[in-house]
Design a protein around this ligand. Sequence first.
Ligand code: FES
Length: 159
Amino acid sequence: MAVMLKDTTLEKIRRAMKCYPDKRSACMSALRIAQLDDPENRLTEQAFRHIADLLDMTPVSLHEMAKFYTMYNLEPVGKYHIQVCANISCSLLGAEHIIRHIERILNIKVGETTQDNKFTLSTVECLGSCGTAPMMQINQEYYEDLTEDKVGSILDSLE
Ligand code: FES
C-alpha cells in the first residue's frame, strides 16, 4: 500500500489506539489526528482509506461518521476555521449579529474562505457552551461571551 499518511501521523494514531479496548473505538481520535496533521486541515479520501485499513473498518463507515460531526472537515479550510454556534442559546443572545459582523470584517459569507486562505467561516450546532453564549470555536479554542468588539479583537490577534 502506498504511504498516504505521514509516519508521524501514523505513530500518533497507533499511540491513540492503545488507549482503547478495541482498535475500532479509536476511530474518532484517528480521524482527528489525521485532520490536525493535514496541511489543509481536512480529511482526504486517502486518509479515510488508510485509517480504515489500520482499524479494520470500511472507508465508507469512517466517511459517514465524519460527515455527521462538524469537527471534521471534508473540504479544505483556511488556517483559522471559525465555527460560530447558531443554535438556540447563542441565537437568542445575538449569534446572528456576530456572524454578520465576521462576514463584514472578513468580506466573506458563511461557508467561504478568505482569498489569502487565512479564515474559513462556518456555522455549527450547539458546541455545549450555552452558558457563555454567544460563542464560537476557532480551530481548537473556544471564545465565549462574544460581542462585536470582542470578535474584532480576537480576529486581529490571529496571525
Ligand atoms: S447553543 Fe450555542 S453553545 Fe449551546
